[in-house]
Design a protein around this ligand. Structure first.
Ligand code: SF4
Length: 363
């Protein structure tokens, strides 16, 4: 796959523009490109000068996503792994705060920066360390697996972390017949369904007096929406070359209607495999809309049905105009505290254990 990054060419404004135009992303208009090319150019120039790693989550808008090199792009798991491997002193995380916290936990000696510290997540924001403690009291001795979409204080209370790419595998690796999964209620029900007969999944809200959370983006997809997408875009069930993809964080009835369900990377890999085999004409992805925008660029031969009103308001807080001042501050040696992610040492130590355990299962 070609890199979608502009950094592979000589860094002049003209070469940066040329690179962006050559990406042929159908969601980028010449007006967008002309308006933002000089900012992209300056960011790339300073990124190179100071050897800054810029990690880009798949839900970033295409111009922001493109300032990360191909090996700096991905979903939560891929970015966690990249964060471990980097030698750079500075890591800018283009994603939301819990992701930047994970990078900091894995790289306590590095300077981890985020363009907007208020970029939250409905799953992480609505779930606390106290919620985990309540569940542990309710189900003593049962191991707790926490979705990576959570804050460090909550992770610090848990036995193992997971992402949507490895939850099923890690659940099976954990000892015992029962496992507490937090905080995503839809994900928990999907896991419960997939692991039926193999492992009992306990989760918040099941008459146990505790509460969990849902993703404000993926909860928007209803079964009616999905059936309507099938009708409108002609994506029939069991059609080999037309696929309806659904993310794990969607409601159980939506997941059950999918032709394929999985994590962002698993969905992307399935598309890639089908494209290589010449077998994918049309696709719809029930997930954050900028994921589709980025996949449209990566797989131009596939016709993607889009519903680009389903945007994560937290991810949307990260913009080129907020990223550039971080790099200018690094360049001038100015104070970085406005962007720097810091955590108490004790929390870093405790939260790193479930994350390291997850990575040991994933390597
Ligand atoms: S898409 Fe959902 S899970 Fe991801 S950051 Fe936004 S609210 Fe959180």
């Amino acid at each position: 796959m070609e890199s979608s990054s502009a950094v592979t060419h000589d860094l002049t404004l003209e070469s940066v523009k040329e690179e962006i135009y050559s990406r042929n992303n159908p969601t980028l208009t010449p007006i967008d490109i002309e308006a933002h090319a000089s900012t992209v150019h300056r960011i790339l120039e300073l990124k190179k000068k100071h050897d800054v790693v810029i990690l880009g989550h798949n839900y970033m808008e295409p111009l922001v996503f493109g300032i990360s090199e191909q090996n700096e792009q991905g979903d939560s798991l891929a970015l966690s792994m990249t964060a471990v491997q980097t030698d750079s002193q500075y890591i800018i995380f283009n994603g939301v705060r819990f992701m930047a916290e994970t990078a900091k936990i894995l790289n306590p000696e590095k300077t981890v920066l985020i363009a907007d510290k208020t970029a939250g997540c409905s799953l992480a924001d609505d779930f606390s360390a106290q919620d985990v403690r309540n569940l542990k009291e309710k189900y003593p001795g049962v191991p707790v697996m926490i979705y990576i979409n959570s804050y460090a204080e909550a992770k610090a209370e848990c036995d193992v972390c997971c992402t949507s790419a490895n939850a099923e595998q890690i659940a099976l690796e954990m000892p015992g017949d029962e496992l507490i999964f937090v905080p995503d209620l839809f994900f928990a029900q999907n896991l419960e369904m997939v692991l039926k007969g193999k492992k009992k999944i306990l989760y918040p809200g099941n008459d146990n007096g505790t509460k969990g959370a849902v993703c404000q983006v993926h909860e928007k997809f209803s079964l009616e929406d999905i059936l309507s997408v099938r009708r409108t875009f002609g994506i029939d069930r069991d059609s080999e070359n037309r696929m309806l993809y659904v993310h794990w964080e969607c409601k159980p009835e939506v997941l059950q209607e999918a032709d394929f369900y999985g994590s962002t990377t698993q969905i992307s890999n399935d598309i890639s495999r089908r494209v290589r085999n010449g077998g994918l004409e049309k696709a719809f992805i029930a997930s954050e809309c900028e994921l589709t925008s980025n996949l449209m660029e990566e797989f131009p031969t596939v016709e993607f049905a889009t519903a680009c009103s389903i945007r994560c308001s937290h991810m949307a807080q990260i913009s080129l105009d907020k990223i550039r001042p971080i790099l200018e501050a690094i360049d001038s040696g100015s104070d970085l505290s406005k962007w720097e992610v810091t955590l108490p040492e004790k929390i870093v130590q405790r939260a790193s254990k479930p994350i390291q355990r997850m990575l040991s299962f994933s390597s």
